[in-house]
Design a protein around this ligand. Structure first.
Ligand code: GCU
Length: 329
């Protein structure tokens, strides 16, 4: 599925190397390299390409965006570090990765905080998250906008997870943050943090009993081949965040920076549309290859996460953000 680690490292060296050579003589067009960990069919890739095209047009060709899919520029944790130190200009990373820098981000990726896609889109496009997003410049990157990654559910190797009791003893891969590990233990299983690129093999080799993700990633990465039981727990709607290097942004003119930020925000509604168009197709394709989709009563799963919500909100600022999001339902 993904390239081997050695090949990926070699590609990364060439890409970053070429960027240095390029910037040393180029005047007219600046290339923006964006890291993406999934395929070029993914709705986020499509939205990023559309964003890049508009940016190129509206800056009269001064910027050209190239999106590198399939973890070619490293997994999300590594690519975020590359953005931070200015080696690449942008990356799409899941919210839990940013939470590692600022705990307030936990709030926007809490289990069951959004009632559904409409609520989530309203929150992402309302401007409510702007102060939080611009607060990360102190870490060397800025969050430009949030994209949807749908709702995440459990998928397992041996049988559907039909209730909380069935979670007991299950080793489930989670994204790399403490919140994700805690969430899994509240639900009764064991969370094993790792990058997306390692999940298929880890399930295949029995290191994991399963993972949790949305239908599109499940289907695109063919994870149904190793974990055919997808149970619709819909326990998380974790935002994916489009981040840009603060160093890179400081090299832009004020006007170009404003265009860059505006177009990033404008790409969010379009990305929600692309997501909605793709979801049933992804599900059907996994079903045709043998995946079983099971609906469950999500209430007990939600209840198991309640104490975690209380535990994760530590400051008045976080509480206010939580209440604001909930009030937008
Ligand atoms: C989703 C999300 C990605 C994330 C992935 C994961 O697919 O869109 O940003 O990397 O889950 O579980 O790692």
């Amino acid at each position: 599925m993904f390239k081997t680690k050695a090949l990926k490292l070699a590609t990364l060296a060439v890409v970053i190397g070429s960027s240095l050579t390029f910037s040393s003589f180029a005047a007219a067009t600046t290339e923006i390299k964006a890291a993406f960990n999934q395929s070029n069919q993914h709705p986020q890739f499509i939205a990023l390409e559309a964003f890049g095209k508009k940016l190129n047009e509206q800056t009269d060709g001064r910027y050209k965006l190239t999106v590198y899919p399939n973890e070619l520029l490293g997994d999300q944790r590594a690519s975020l570090e590359l953005v931070q130190n200015g080696a690449i200009q942008m990356a799409m990373v899941a919210n839990p990765l940013i939470e590692n820098y600022d705990k307030t981000f936990r709030v926007i990726g809490m289990p069951y905080i959004y009632s559904g896609p409409e609520h989530q889109e309203k929150v992402f496009t309302s401007g409510t998250l702007d102060p939080l997003f611009s607060s990360t410049t102190k870490f060397g990157f800025e969050v430009l906008t949030a994209y949807t990654a749908g709702a995440r559910s459990m998928y397992t190797k041996h049988a559907p997870v039909e209730n909380i009791a069935a979670m007991k003893g299950q080793k489930i891969r989670v994204m790399q943050s403490d919140t994700m590990i805690k969430m899994l233990s509240c639900m009764g299983g064991t969370g094993v943090p790792m990058g997306q690129g390692e999940v298929y093999t880890a399930i295949q080799q029995g290191v994991l009993d399963g993972a949790e993700n949305n239908e599109i990633t499940y289907s695109d990465l063919k994870q149904y081949e190793v974990a055919p039981y997808f149970t619709a727990t819909r326990h998380l709607m974790v935002p994916d965040l489009l981040v840009a290097s603060s160093y890179f942004m400081s090299t832009m003119s004020k006007e170009d920076q404003a265009t860059f930020k505006r177009l990033a925000k404008e790409s969010t509604p379009m990305q929600f549309k692309a997501w909605n168009n793709r979801i049933e197709v992804a599900k059907k394709s996994a079903q045709e290859k043998g995946a079983t989709f099971t609906e469950v009563d999500t209430k007990p799963f939600q209840a198991s996460c309640n104490k975690l919500q209380a535990e994760l909100i530590e400051t008045p600022e976080q509480k206010a953000l939580f209440n604001k999001i909930v009030s937008m339902q």
